[in-house]
Design a protein around this ligand. Sequence first.
Ligand SMILES: Cc1cc2nc3c(=O)[nH]c(=O)nc-3n(C[C@H](O)[C@H](O)[C@H](O)COP(=O)(O)OP(=O)(O)OC[C@H]3O[C@@H](n4cnc5c(N)ncnc54)[C@H](O)[C@@H]3O)c2cc1C
Length: 408
Amino acid sequence: MVLRVEKAIVIGAGVVGVATAYALARRGVAVTMIDQREDAGLGTSYANGGQLSYLYTGPLANHRLRSELPGLALHLNPAFRIRLHTDPDFVRWILSFLRNCTRSRYRRNNASALEITLESRLAMLSLLQKHALDFDYQVKGRMQLLYTEKAIAGVKEHLELKRKYEEDERLISFEDAAELEPALTSADDKPLKVLWSPSEAVGDASQFARSLLETLKTDYGVETLFGERILQANLHSSGADIRFEDGRRLDTELLALCTGADRFLMKQLGLDVPLYPMKGYSITAPLGDAPPNISLTDTKRRLVFTRLGDRIRIAGMADLGWTHDTPDPARLRVLTNSAIEALPAAAAYERATELWAGLRPMTPDSNPRIARPHPALIYNLGHGMLGWTMAMGTGERAAKLAVPETDL
Ligand SMILES: Cc1cc2nc3c(=O)[nH]c(=O)nc-3n(C[C@H](O)[C@H](O)[C@H](O)COP(=O)(O)OP(=O)(O)OC[C@H]3O[C@@H](n4cnc5c(N)ncnc54)[C@H](O)[C@@H]3O)c2cc1C
């Protein structure tokens, strides 16, 4: 039986936690948000690629990747590396990832991820109708730059899977793309084709988390506790409690675990969620002489270029098997050099203000896990490469598990 909840603690104030808090609060739940950092949006949500990629969900595990796997383990691809080791969690994860590298699993995983992103788009639009949030949100479309026939075939398959949704997305020539986005003309390396998705959006996820949290505090009475790491969570028949580093204890009716790639509490609670970090990097720089207005995904270099107000965010790199978020200067150089190679005039690279690394909370099938395994616990975890995009939709799904019947 699903019990209705009046009071909850949301652990983790990344985009997923803040979206979950919003979905709970507007269902009448009294929410307290807790994070070990000093504010919202300072974990993996801090300097991600900024793309709200509602239409392109492409799971990492796919049949086309299988032939590349030995090269990834040997670090032959500068943008995507796998470091093999014997951590049992990693071994389990990688075996499950391999099982998902089939055409049928890819199709299934893609379809379920797409359902979430489309729900997210609706939830975001409905949020923005109710509340004016400040996070450099823009709907200027997205271009996926395709350099090989293999990449074009992948996109065609993806478009085929989405046909029933009748979204406006099309493959166009480089010349047509350059007319829409003149910044592309500065590239020496021209893509063969471009997937143009005019309805896609961008925004700064970290700013969003802080802006939405302000609204939650002022309009929904949400309380916050920052700078406090939770060391223990206990579930009882009548609720839950958490313990902080200094031994203090807080009781609640419901815990909502939105702890991103940090697996500590998940393990302490004995949750069997197949989650492993995948490290990525970004730089944020002032605009260059030819900055793109449209968000660009360079599929060859696994990079995204996103204009956020008067800044360009360039994000990418997939390092699987690295579990600390400390930026490696060598990897940042690889990212910057690939970006310069792709679009030399997009950003004032030498004046980059933010050099960052973060851990994507990956599941083997690139789908998040949302469940209520105990009356006093929901979790909303494993958003991987698309947590910013999926946050609003998964927040709604998680809150419905606690307060299912509300007519909003
Ligand atoms: C380089 C890069 C580029 C990306 N680009 C995009 C993109 O363009 N579009 C997109 O959709 N997604 C993108 N992502 C993915 C996206 O950023 C993540 O999926 C998303 O930020 C995850 O959000 P989260 O709220 O789950 O985690 P986080 O933002 O990490 O939040 C989890 C929070 O939980 C807190 N926490 C954990 N444990 C505890 C504890 N015990 N006590 C107290 N607090 C705790 C942490 O401090 C943290 O603030 C990118 C990721 C990377 C790394």
